[in-house]
Design a protein around this ligand. Structure first.
Ligand code: 2BA
Length: 108
């Protein structure tokens, strides 16, 4: 079994969750916050049999869009007053996905 953590944008999480559920892929949504933009995003925790990994990844890919946002980041830039106040354009997403092997799983 595999455990996926898919970090997606809030605008994509609803349709992605529906698409996964429709294919009988269980998903748990965790509200999360990106460290760089300090904006809300969603982390989907998805446990699937290994033979459904590729299918699951392609659904995530299909429903996660890249977006460019213009923002004044609050961290990750050098600390000088000029650059700190400078808006910058950042491309976010589609999805950042971590895939882990699951040793054991229980449902009680
Ligand atoms: P954030 O940390 O808010 O990052 C939003 C976007 O800002 C990133 O999009 C990336 O394009 C940009 N960015 C992040 N750090 C940067 C930096 N130091 N300098 C310039 N630009 C930077 P994505 O890469 O698509 O990431 C979207 C969200 O996924 C992230 O939100 C974070 O919540 C999560 N994420 C991405 N990579 C991760 C990782 N290796 N570990 C944990 N979470 C990660």
């Amino acid at each position: 079994m595999k455990l996926l953590f898919a970090i997606v944008q809030n605008d994509d999480q609803k349709s992605l969750t529906y698409a996964l559920i429709e294919k009988n892929i269980s998903v748990t949504r965790i509200a999360s916050t990106g460290g760089f933009l300090r904006g809300g995003n969603s982390t989907l925790m998805i446990g699937v049999d290994a033979d459904r990994l590729e299918e699951t990844l392609s659904i995530i890919k299909e429903y996660s869009r890249r977006r460019t946002v213009v923002t004044v980041p609050v961290s990750g830039i050098p600390h000088n007053i000029d650059s700190a106040a400078m808006p910058m354009s950042v491309t976010v997403g589609g999805a950042t996905v971590f895939v882990l092997d699951v040793a054991e799983t229980y449902k009680f």
